[in-house]
Design a protein around this ligand. Structure first.
Ligand code: NDP
Length: 271
């Protein structure tokens, strides 16, 4: 019998996950179906329950349900626990197991696809929302020299830095505190680009050879990427690789076989 998986979200029509997982299944010869499921804002838990009752094996979770999925899980992996959010569910005899593969996807995209080491580097993370929170643990596991979080609401960046203080050299604060500092990797985990805006970044942030990484994808040159290029960042990347790599990690955990993300990234870029 074909194993069924899905992604829950609201809205969900835009999701590229069915295309990605179908490509992974073809590539690996795994027999599975993967669909989108629109969950009502007040009906996420019921939608998950319906899917389990219908024989669903696992699911991804996207906006706005990642925190609710965290609360719904009967067991959490350590990285999901640290992130405070869940983007992947597995259904088994022990109930609902919640994991978070977003940060692992980001780290793999940077270190493998973009061949950029994080170890020993100075990292700046812009934003203190769900995406930033999911990224911090996996970034610190790579042992950067420093990880600085800057956020419009500075207190949220400070709180995140305190929360993760036991895991590595991390600090957090306002954009204004960045003047005079230089970074090897700058990751935009804000949603500013959605509104065509640029966080208030000072000049001369980018070290020679640095990487500018925009978590958002599918928007071409965002204000952040344009700024980075003008400011001398050596390389710019969007978050499409992160999207495909977080899916590859989920696929691997569900199926026990790791798909090759590169051809699927190429497929999405050409679409
Ligand atoms: P959240 O809503 O949780 O957080 C938004 C963050 O952006 C907050 O830190 C907020 O600051 C900041 N922000 C919003 N507008 C501005 C602005 N105009 N100037 C400065 N800062 C601003 O969103 P998420 O964390 O879930 O998502 C962030 C981005 O990451 C989105 O673009 C999303 O598409 C992308 N993403 C990509 C993924 C991928 O696989 N590639 C996966 C997950 C997310 P404040 O706290 O002050 O409000």
């Amino acid at each position: 019998m074909t194993d069924s998986y899905c992604v829950f979200g609201n809205p969900i029509g835009h999701s590229k996950s069915p295309l990605i997982h179908a490509a992974f299944a073809r590539q690996t010869g795994e027999d599975l179906s993967y669909t989108t499921r629109l969950a009502p804002h007040d009906g996420f838990a019921a939608s998950v329950g319906d899917f389990i009752a219908a024989g669903g094996r696992g699911a991804n979770v996207t906006i706005p349900f990642k925190e609710e999925a965290f609360r719904l899980s009967n067991r959490l992996t350590p990285r999901a626990e640290r992130a405070g959010a869940v983007n992947m569910l597995s259904f088994s005899d022990e109930g609902i197991v919640g994991d978070n593969t977003d940060g692992a996807g980001l780290v793999r995209d940077i270190t493998v696809n973009l061949a950029t080491p994080i170890t020993g580097q100075r990292i700046l993370l812009l934003g203190a929302g769900g995406a930033a929170r999911g990224a911090i643990g996996p970034l610190l596991e790579e042992h950067p020299a420093t990880l600085v979080i800057a956020n419009r609401t500075a207190q949220k960046a400070r709180a995140l830095a305190e929360h993760f203080a036991g895991y590595g050299p991390i600090s957090g604060g306002a954009y204004s505190a960045l003047s005079g500092q230089v970074f090897d990797i700058v990751i935009n985990a804000t949603s500013a680009s959605l509104g065509g805006e640029l966080p208030p970044l000072p000049a001369r942030l980018f070290a020679p050879g640095s990487l500018a990484y925009e978590m958002m994808y599918g928007r071409g040159d965002t204000p952040f990427l344009l700024f980075a290029r003008e400011e001398g960042a050596a390389r710019c990347a969007d978050g499409l690789g992160m999207l495909v790599e977080q899916a590859a990690e989920a696929f691997y955990l569900w199926r026990g076989v790791r798909p090759d993300a590169a051809p699927v990234m190429a497929l999405l870029r050409s679409a």
